[in-house]
Write a new protein. Structure first.
Length: 313
């Protein structure tokens, strides 16, 4: 089933170390390179990174670094202007890896600001997160593309149609789950999707799909994890008489609701609040927490290490 009339004309893209296809909307003279990396901590790393950029004519516009002294790991995010940079953009990753990556045992990812992330939204029947995301998208808050919305129910097709985004329905049962996910993956590949957001999508994503988008599937859980995991967390909170409730946005892993946490927040409640009150307050919180997580991902400010995240400012 398909709703909406927006044409899908951009080529399929795959997750890669360095995507060099520019977007037409961004002037090339404003383009920046964004480098995220981590490696065992040792003297001189930051000086080597900045020297590599400045010696080759780059102007650094952002630099944030952090050392985990318990793990002994150095983390950094650096962004520099490509105008006047002497190394061709398609060679930057190769040069940097050869000069420093191998020497310091670095793991790195490189992006360019004129290559927009392409997001697929997965929904079921709840619309609050979907409306909030599409409002931010159409208002120009997010520098990304949303080529499609996928659902296991037809209920929110009217929302996608209102925002002129194609809406695809894949009804899922225990018997057809694998087949339907294969069809979804085909659709995602055809539309060059680089990351997925589960906007209260009430289906467990299979390990096979997660493997295609490692650390690129963002979920919103209506609880302050790791407390109150599983179904009906607001009802669990009500029964425990808690004074705050929360929401958690995290990357999806094979272990349910246990992936690296990107963003969390809480709201205060009292003994006067009913379970329905908690649900209402929780929905507002879910929208905010999910939007913050998506924004950080789009801005390339999230670095996953083991089962944690380093969030750059």
């Amino acid at each position: 089933m398909h709703f909406g009339q927006k044409a899908l004309s951009l080529r399929a893209e795959k997750l890669s170390l360095c995507d060099i296809t520019p977007s037409r909307e961004t002037p090339t003279d404003m383009t920046t390179a964004r480098l995220l990396l981590h490696c065992p901590d040792q003297p001189g790393i930051l000086a080597q990174i900045t020297n590599f950029i400045t010696v080759n004519g780059g102007n650094i516009v952002y630099l944030d670094q952090y050392v985990d002294r318990i793990e002994g790991v150095f983390f950094a995010r650096v962004e520099w202007e490509l105008e006047g940079f002497m190394i061709p953009r398609e060679k930057i990753s190769e040069y940097f890896t050869t000069l420093y990556g191998q020497k310091y045992g670095m793991k790195m990812r490189l992006w360019f600001s004129d290559v927009k992330p392409r997001m697929a939204i997965f929904v079921s029947k709840m619309s609050h997160c979907l409306f909030d995301m599409l409002a931010r998208y159409t208002a120009g808050e997010w520098d990304c593309e949303i080529p499609l919305i996928i659902s296991n129910h037809p209920d929110l097709g009217h929302v996608a149609e209102r925002f002129d985004i194609p809406f695809h329905v894949f009804p899922i049962t225990h018997e057809n789950k694998r087949e339907q996910e294969e069809r979804e993956l085909t659709l995602l590949r055809e539309n060059g999707i680089t990351f997925i957001v589960l906007a209260r999508y009430m289906q467990v994503i299979s390990n096979e799909m997660i493997a295609h988008y490692p650390d690129h599937i963002i979920n919103i859980h209506h609880s302050f994890l790791p407390a109150f995991a599983g179904a009906k967390p607001y009802h669990q909170a009500y029964e425990r008489g808690v004074k705050i409730i929360g929401a958690t946005s995290h990357y999806v892993t094979a272990e349910l609701d246990a992936g690296p946490i990107i963003e969390q927040d809480v709201v205060r409640i009292t003994h006067k609040d009913t379970p329905q009150d908690l649900v209402g307050k929780g929905k507002d919180l879910e929208k905010i927490v999910l939007s913050r997580a998506v924004q950080k991902h789009i801005d390339r400010k999230v670095l996953v290490y083991k089962n944690k995240t380093v969030i750059f400012s």
